[in-house]
Design a protein around this ligand. Structure first.
Ligand code: AMP
Ligand code: MG
Length: 344
């Protein structure tokens, strides 16, 4: 298959064709405000199977249904509780995915066999136009090969899926850079299954009490994560990544000590701007100022991919603050490191 790459300035010209590809069971990658998604028709089980195949994704890892109008929620969910409407009005279009009981018409290929469905309305003009052109209901996991960091540039999608999908719509770099927050509304107390840009505090302002799945920040809770996809190794670079937490001077000292013992291996460090000149690694990636969480979120996956391209074998990353969006950043970084974190 030849993958058509549609440049930024050609989006309008190609939108009808992209919509037709989806309606006919093909796959189109598109930008959203979080990461690039790989879209298929949500009501076509064949499209879902193609998505799993193109990504090499385990078929028990359910897909998110993307809509372009709040009122379309009732076509996808068997029940729409009041909480869902309140959240939709406050955060949609936006980086929030809700888990609701699934409507019968949603195929089990979408939900990985579950009776619940994940739904989101993304905040990106190209995404919304594409969903509309496709008939209103597009399933879309992140448009990476399974296990790799999610794509934050159209070029990342091309790297992973060229020749495996019909079209890629280039919308430039994404704005947020981490996948949506997932909140489960089918339990007594709403529960965050994946942290993201919409934080627990923001959800609590609308819903009152909100829980967080305990598996989000630790590998040894003895429990399985409630979002099936969260149990898989993910975002991981090819080399070995260790996170180092502690007082900044000690972190720098500890990492440099380790770097000096890594002769013969290509080494890398992810550091904050404040420490950018202090490391002795072969490749030093400055992820931005310590308190600029938005930038850290936006840069993380690109940096992890660059380490692979540059064939870095041993990597260290400073740890980041876990307040606000920091929790989502640390959740992804911990997974990328296989939960390998050292406190110095
Ligand atoms: P992705 O679109 O690649 O970010 O992956 C979708 C995420 O949503 C995965 O982590 C899934 O496990 C999660 N998800 C989708 N549907 C459900 C569901 N019905 N219940 C719980 N988690 C879900
Ligand atoms: Mg994904």
């Amino acid at each position: 298959m030849r993958t058509k790459f549609v440049e930024i300035d050609q989006q309008k010209e190609y939108m009808a064709q992209a919509g037709r590809i989806l309606q006919e069971g093909g796959l189109v990658a598109f930008p959203t405000e979080t990461v690039y998604g790989l879209g298929g028709d949500a009501f076509n089980p064949g499209s879902c199977r193609k998505i799993y195949e193109a990504k090499g994704r385990p078929s028990d890892n359910p897909l998110i249904v993307h809509i372009c109008r709040i009122e379309d929620l009732k076509m996808v969910a068997a029940e729409v509780p009041r909480e869902a409407m309140l959240l939709a009005e406050k955060f949609w279009p936006g980086p929030l995915t809700m888990i609701l009981p699934k409507a019968d018409r949603v195929p089990y290929e979408v939900t990985g066999g579950l009776d619940t469905v994940a739904v989101r309305m993304p905040n990106h003009p190209i995404a919304l136009a594409l969903i509309d052109a496709a008939g209103g209901y597009v399933v879309a996991p992140s448009a990476n090969s399974s296990g790799k960091p999610s794509p934050t540039l159209a070029g990342h999608v091309l790297e992973d899926l060229d020749g495996r999908i019909d079209m890629i719509l280039d919308g430039g770099p994404v704005g947020i850079g981490l996948e949506s927050t997932i909140v489960d509304l089918t339990t007594d107390v709403p529960e965050i299954l994946r942290p993201g840009y919409i934080t627990r505090e923001m959800l609590e302002e609308v819903l009152g009490q909100v829980k967080t799945d305990v598996t989000i920040m630790s590998a040894d809770t003895g429990q399985a994560p409630k979002a099936p996809g969260m149990k898989y190794r993910h975002y991981a670079p090819v080399g070995e990544l260790t996170i180092v937490a502690g007082e900044p001077e000690r972190v720098v000292h500890w990492i440099n000590e380790k770097l000096s013992q890594s002769a013969g291996k290509k080494t890398g460090v992810i550091c904050t701007d404040e420490n950018r000149d202090k490391y002795l690694a072969d490749v030093v990636k400055n992820i931005g100022k310590r308190d600029d969480e938005a930038r850290i979120a936006r840069e993380l996956y690109r940096i992890l991919r660059e380490f692979d391209e540059e064939k870095v074998e041993i990597m260290y990353s400073e740890a980041f603050d876990t307040a606000g969006v920091g929790q989502a950043i640390m959740n992804r970084l911990l997974k990328a490191a296989g939960y390998h974190i050292i406190y110095v």
